[in-house]
Ligand binder design. Structure first.
Ligand code: PLP
Length: 343
């Protein structure tokens, strides 16, 4: 292996074209054998279904080097399962779970030189994506699809430590009740772009979306689930009664870490905006940042400040962060099946 020379600490969260990608096409009712290719472009018909009716789903996971020099991924089986669920909801042919895992291995091995070194804070981001390439004019599912995985090295999410952010309660909705909020589809992001640009213009880092039905309960942000720590130091995790929160793998892992490693009680239930001021800590969780601490919520000018403040992560979220990243990096023994070795 001859690792690429890059300024790992400063590459940012951006697309860098790497050498190889995995591609499989679905045609005549079946996925082809799949192959590794150098072609980073996609040529398709002007009438491809993805361009008109947004038949597209994706995933996001990371590969990284552990302290002892292995290249691993974290719970990729859950990404494979979630992508099957996402595909079914959009009437796309699911890419089989075992083939997803094999494709992740192939593409990471083919780009091993791009895996950032242990300790750099950078990781190799893995982006599986699946979209309709077949022709459609009338509204119906296409009959041809492409499944593709590419990888790109990404820098440390927090340069110089994780500073708490300020988020706003959004007047836009992210996901309809019983709609597509629980799948990982580009369509959920297209309609969030105006909301996030608006929030940034107003000086907020993120939007917190309420449930679209009653505008009473906390759901999630545009791309991360939410966790709270209550006055007793236990974890409170918002649950949707309209099934419109994306099932984050990071959040599900944090729940297990809280219970099994830290002995915390975990309450997964609908959480009202009106009770949030009683909580001590808040965090946003997802693959990219693991946990981002939130110092304050702005609810239409009313500031809800958490006891953890604006300088550092609260103590419970810090422990969760240290334990989960310790498991991922191999310092702390992982539950069976969580860390998947590729090289
Ligand atoms: C991907 C995503 C998350 C985070 O999920 P992880 O599996 O933890 O990366 C949270 N919310 C939304 C809307 C997402 O798309």
């Amino acid at each position: 292996m001859s690792r690429k020379e890059m300024d790992w600490a400063n590459i940012g969260f951006a697309y860098h074209k790497t050498d190889k990608r995995y591609v499989s096409n679905f045609k005549d009712g079946a996925w082809d054998a799949g192959t590794i290719t150098e072609d980073a472009t996609i040529v398709m018909s002007e009438d491809a279904g993805v361009l008109h009716y947004a038949q597209e789903v994706f995933e996001g996971l990371k590969a990284y080097e552990t302290e002892d020099g292995h290249i691993v991924t974290f719970r990729p089986d859950l990404n494979a399962e979630r992508m099957v669920d996402s595909a079914k909801r959009l009437e796309m042919p699911p890419f089989p779970k075992d083939r997803f895992l094999d494709a992740v291995e192939q593409v990471v091995k083919a780009n091993a030189d791009w895996v950032p070194p242990y300790g750099s804070g950078a990781t190799l981001y893995i982006r599986p994506v699946m979209f309709a390439t077949g022709n459609v004019i009338g509204v119906k599912p296409a009959d041809e699809y492409q499944f593709r995985i590419f990888v790109t090295p990404v820098g440390p999410y927090f340069k110089g430590g994780a500073k708490p952010i300020v988020v706003k309660i959004s007047d836009f909705d992210r996901a309809a009740p019983h709609g597509t909020g629980n799948i990982k589809a580009g369509l959920n992001y297209a309609m969030s772009l105006h909301a996030i640009v608006t929030a940034h213009e107003e000086g907020f880092a993120e939007n917190v979306y309420l449930d679209a039905q009653s505008r009473t309960y906390i759901e999630e942000t545009g791309g991360a689930n939410i966790i709270f720590v209550d006055a007793d130091g236990n974890l409170v995790v918002p649950k949707s009664f309209t099934d419109s929160i994306l099932p984050s793998i990071t959040r599900r892992s944090i729940v297990e870490v809280a219970q099994k490693y830290l002995g915390l009680k975990v309450d997964q239930r609908p959480v009202k905006l009106s009770e949030v001021h009683e909580f001590k800590e808040m965090g946003l969780c997802g693959t990219a940042a693991v946990i981002s601490p939130v110092g304050m919520i702005n609810d239409h000018g009313k500031e809800i400040a958490f006891a953890s403040g604006m300088e550092q992560m609260g103590p419970v979220i810090q422990k969760l962060y240290d334990t989960l990243t310790g498991i991922q990096m191999g310092h702390i023994e992982a539950p069976a099946g969580w860390v998947h070795q590729i090289l």
